[in-house]
Design a protein around this ligand. Structure first.
Ligand code: HXC
Ligand code: NAP
Length: 293
């Protein structure tokens, strides 16, 4: 997805992330890949990590070519396993001499009526999203504190992290936990120079999300853009623009914030009278007359 509209264009000035080392979990695909691409274009060193090393290596090779920045490293790491997270952190430091940013982006999700889920299905989502995020946060945070180095944490949550959502209950519960952790550590770790923020994206088409949230035959019935007041889905570059700002020092005073980027979608679902949008304009004459009477 890209267009010539400004929202699909890079936003920050050249070299805005020069010298920063950023770890992106789940960086080989989808939104993680889009953010990684832009960080590399802005001069950062980026470690992309997930379970599938061949996916990561292919992405890293393509991004070296595309961005002309060779400083991208693929590291296999299942975020559910603390020892693998520690090893990934060490490899990052050994390669780039330090680490400045942790971007908790890895996730798992699928739609299902909750009563159809096995306890293992519930576990797998919560383990990737919540355990994965706190494993990385704890390992990176301890290291920054021990080394007396500042750090920045950016967590990718969802709009339903705040309000909940039917049919994705394990994801909603886990993302709510990640959001609570974001706000809690923003206060507790500020004294160490560690900032914690989050982005709550609305619908941004990716293979990973679309295959699990809008599979056939549902895709024919549900248009993800229909519930967005702006009547479109997100462009990967506009998310990358926001993420680049939030991991950069330009956002140094932002701490404990969750920035929603959803075209107004969640508010559309929340407002009592928002459904009146469906009233055809001429009918308002009749409605007004009836009320005044
Ligand atoms: C019911 C399911 C299921 C499904 C798996 N399970 N898929 N149950 N419906 N569709 C059950 C399995 O039967 C098993 O339980 C348990 O879940 C674990 O499944 P595995 O296949 O063994 O797990 P694993 O190979 O680790 O795969 C994890 C996964 C998979 C989460 C199931 O989808 C994955 O790898 N996802 C990663 C990427 C991803 O999900 N991206 C989308 C993020 S989108 P039993 O009891 O049988 O052993 C997102 C955005 C939301 O978060 C907002 C959008 C607007
Ligand atoms: P995606 O491409 O499927 O990304 C998920 C990534 O997580 C994959 O790269 C996957 O790689 C990795 N991952 C899964 N389990 C892991 C584990 N145990 N350890 C390490 N990495 C693991 O989907 P996406 O749409 O880009 O999602 C990215 C983030 O955006 C997620 O946090 C998601 O919740 C959030 N989000 C997306 C949307 C949207 O509309 N797309 C909306 C709101 C929020 P491996 O399979 O190689 O491990």
């Amino acid at each position: 997805m890209s267009s010539s509209h400004p929202y699909a264009q890079p936003m920050l000035r050249d070299n805005a992330l020069q010298g920063k080392t950023i770890v992106v979990t789940g960086g080989g695909t989808g939104l993680g890949r889009a953010m990684t691409t832009y960080f590399l274009q802005l001069g950062a060193n980026v470690v992309i990590s997930s379970r599938k090393l061949e996916v990561l290596e292919k992405t890293a090779a393509e991004l070296r070519e595309q961005t002309q920045n060779n400083n991208v490293l693929a590291v296999q790491c299942d975020v559910r396993k603390y020892d693998e997270v520690e090893a990934m952190l060490q490899k990052t430091i050994d390669t780039f001499g330090g680490v400045d940013v942790l971007l908790n982006n890895a996730a798992g999700n699928f739609i299902s009526p909750t009563e159809r889920l096995s306890h293992k299905a519930f576990d797998v989502i919560v383990d990737i999203v919540l355990r994965g995020s706190y494993n990385c946060t704890l390992a990176f945070g301890k290291r920054w504190i021990a080394d007396q180095k500042p750090g920045t944490i950016l967590n990718i949550v969802t709009t339903y992290a705040s309000v909940g959502s039917a049919f994705v209950v394990p994801s909603a519960a886990a993302k709510a936990g990640v959001l609570a952790m974001t706000r809690s550590l923003a206060v507790e770790w500020a004294k160490y120079g560690i900032r914690s923020n989050a982005i709550a994206p609305g619908p941004f088409p990716t293979e990973g999300a679309w295959s699990r949230l809008f599979p056939e035959p549902l895709a024919k019935k549900l248009d993800p853009a229909a519930s967005v007041p702006l009547k479109r889905v997100g462009d990967h570059q506009e998310l990358a623009n926001l993420a680049a700002y939030m991991v950069s020092d330009f956002s140094a005073y932002m701490n404990g914030e969750v920035v929603t980027l959803d075209g107004g979608e969640w508010l559309n679902g929340a407002g009592e009278f928002n459904k009146l949008e469906a009233i055809p304009a001429p009918m308002w004459d009749e409605i007004e007359k009836s009320m005044r009477r």
